[in-house]
Design a protein around this ligand. Sequence first.
Ligand code: GAP
Length: 579
Amino acid sequence: MKALTELAKRRGFFFQSSGAYGGVSGFYTYGPQGATLKEHVEDTWRERFSVAEGHMEVDAPTVMPEPVFEASGHLEGFDDMLVECAGCGASHRADHLIEDNTDIEEAESLPTDEVAALIDAHDIECPSCGAPLADQPVEEFNLMFETNIGPGTSQTGYLRPETAQGIFVEFPRLKEYARGQLPFGVTQIGKSYRNEISPRNALVRTREFTQAELELFVDPEGDGPDIASVADVELTLYPASEQPDGDYVETTVQDAVDDGVVEPWVAYYLGVAAEWYETIGVDFERFRFRQHQSGELAHYASDCWDAEADVSAPGEDAEWIEIAGYAYRGDYDLTKHDEHSGESFTVFKQYDEPKTVERASVDPDMSYLGPEYGGKAGAIADELESLAKRDRAAFEGEAVTVEVDGEEVTVPVEKTGFEVSEETEAGRHVTPHVVEPSIGIDRTVYTVLAHAYDEDEIDEGERTVLRLDPSVAPTGVAVFPLMDKDGMGELARDLAQDLRSAGYDVTYDDSGNIGRRYRRQDEVGTPFCVTVDYESVEEEPETVTLRERDSTEQVRVPTENLTSVLADLRAGETTFDDL
Ligand code: GAP
């Protein structure tokens, strides 16, 4: 991590923000290389998860009013465990202290008092100053950033802790765009904010980060997905039943579904995800899907598989980080927003044929209830109406009993106006279930960099190289004149322009010796470098050298073929060996 973060800073991938003012923990700026790499990762995600699947993309605000988070449960249940040091005042995540100082993994799922007891029992000390943390209270700390909307304090808002809520709150409108047809999916790429207690590991735990989320709305009684397109995709699964020391299950999407290991919709997206991770250069030797244990699940999820990547250096102990969650959120979110907002978060599901259904109703005799029960008569009528819908058998005797304000009231059935009638229904309202692939873009970028990072020995000596996949590398091709004289600079600039017009991210570099220029491009992961030399300007046909980053091999290519050769290499239709 140290070598990678140093490279990232030196070469402009990412660095801590506001450095001129001492920096602020948990906020990172992507430099020119990093911003392009991140954009490429986002583009490939959009292509695979949104465009190829026929979903709709939205772009919602990052600030949302308080009632949204009352409904979503984030005000009540989006907490981490905080312990503060009495010695130096540093704040720590209590569960992380347990994981760092004991054999316990996933301490997040333990109750607060148990975590406090473990800190005492293991004599855990403050990592910042060494003071004992025993006897310090462990408290729940809500991770949302609060703000005021407009001047004054009349309207409280929060920075969204997940992009998902920006999709859920717009469901009543989005379902219209989908013409009420399930399943339909809505995607969004955007910033989310969490006031993390102890941000750490560069891009891995930050306070502002980018998520790419898909909320897929499915009919809970409908057919599952057609998984044919990803049926044979291979998955490395780590089911909850095998944790913490069991075996991985090496399987395919089809078998995972057939064996009941993964819910079909979630399995489908694990397949889509595996294909995507492969295209952006994630190393599958250092990758797995790990199922959440029941105590780990977020308040809204009934099942979740995390994509996890090992970002340790070769030869070191594995260091798994969660880079995405693939969750089954059920009807939790839509039901909550339906209850709190007064809008309908259901879809109307039309039956193939209209159905005749029986409906129980009451029409209480108020000329009897009024004189008999006075001010309670209205509440009794409401209770009778609700009981008729729930339990029509209660009306089968001579009298029916309901509870109002804690008191039992018995009413003769003949005074309730109870009746069962037949009605024709064209369909009914259902609350869709939500399947959610939720990708952390920054952690994905970090993984891509960690898996691409290498140090090797070439003829010119040791080098650091990022073996980035061409689909995400910030620079597609670098163009160098051997020297900026005798027409070489001019030809190199023309070639760079032609390649830009053909859609390549091109870096033009004429400073320093050629070896140093190659080293610079190796460090930012540029797959190919083109050099214009004397032969290029003096001989016919006009040729340039094309150098491959990974092998450092070079070949001469006629300039008129350069664009098509690069396109074939990039598409994998030609290898450098073929050339
Ligand atoms: N909508 C579901 C959701 O937000 P999550 O597991 O809390 O689920 C999804 O977050 C992904 O967002 C994570 O897998 C991770 O990649 C990323 N993420 C979450 N917190 C983060 C943080 N503090 N810094 C960087 N990435 C984070």
